[in-house]
Design a protein around this ligand. Structure first.
Ligand SMILES: [Zn+2]
Length: 295
């Protein structure tokens, strides 16, 4: 596999540090999170009719979130590339928020039916696509195709009597706030993570990437930041994954929830989040008769 470090050497102390080793182990555990979803979607006999709503939209959201999740985790493995994970955290949180809406997890919805709620997400996507293509170099034929898609999505949405105008990026902040109300720990930070990363993508982030004046090519991300991004990816991907799995595969849902909680609560994750790893303090690991035992 091509790795950034194979053409730009990592700082020598980091390559061998115990902190980096610990954090890498944690990421290696995290990257297996989507494996249970394979049994849900990627089988010869899917447990649900994917061509029917709301599952078509849910599948699209899950697969986009899975790609962002895995990309983000891989980038977090490098202290230099970790900043690039921020875009993927935004992608995962947006998909999380839309899946929550469709699955009826957002309080205050007046739409009873999940396929009706899916039309809110579909409408925004059709509108956003048309804006994007109009701003590009799409020909008249293509533009009329996007007009048609918007007309269809509008018609489907109007039929539900919903007047939200489409649920896109603008709805994510409020949705995350509603979903994490009363929570604590890294879950409670999701709305703020969303806000800060949005601002960062809009330009604030460049400041943080500036290296010190001693000539580094890029600034190194501290473990506190890498861990917060990792925790956000885990929450944002696992929570809707558990909801989806619960529909048909309760044991997979339980397993995904359990494994994710263990990672988030682990001494390694806490040490990364609270600044111990940045200060070179290694958490004491509980004695285990079998070091390979995940449980
Ligand atoms: Zn709507």
């Amino acid at each position: 596999m091509a790795r950034y470090e194979s053409w730009v050497p990592p700082p020598p102390v980091e390559a061998v540090s115990q902190e980096e080793e610990l954090f890498t182990e944690l990421l290696d555990r995290g990257i297996r999170t989507p494996e249970t979803m394979r049994s849900f979607f990627d089988t010869d006999r899917p447990p649900i009719a994917e061509e029917e709503q709301p599952f078509r939209t849910l599948r699209e959201l899950e697969i986009a979130a899975r790609c962002d999740f895995l990309s983000g985790v891989l980038l977090l493995g490098s202290s230099v590339l970790a900043w690039g994970a921020e875009r993927h955290v935004l992608g995962v949180l947006e998909a999380f928020s839309h899946m929550a809406w469709i699955l009826g997890q957002v309080p205050g919805t007046t739409l009873e039916d999940a396929s009706a709620r899916a039309t809110c997400v579909d409408l925004d996507r059709a509108l956003a696509q048309r804006v994007a293509w109009r701003g590009g170099r799409a020909g008249a034929e293509a533009v009329s195709r996007f007009d048609e898609a918007v007309a269809l999505a509008t018609q489907a949405h109007d039929a539900t009597s919903c007047t939200c105008g489409g649920r896109g990026r603008a709805s994510v902040q409020a949705t995350l706030r509603a979903l994490t109300d009363g929570e604590d720990g890294s879950l409670a930070t999701l709305p703020d993570v969303w806000t800060v990363l949005q601002a960062s993508a809009a330009g604030d982030g460049a400041q943080r990437l500036m290296p010190g004046l001693d000539g580094d090519d890029l600034a190194y991300a501290p473990y506190t930041h890498r861990a917060l991004m990792f925790a956000s990816l885990l929450h944002g991907y696992s929570i809707p994954a558990v909801w989806l799995l619960s529909i048909d595969q309760a044991s997979h849902a339980d397993m995904t929830g359990h494994v994710t909680t263990k990672m988030l609560e682990s001494a390694e994750m806490q040490a990364a989040l609270n600044g111990d790893l940045d200060a070179g303090r290694i958490p004491v690991r509980p004695e285990s008769p079998d070091p390979d035992d995940d449980d």
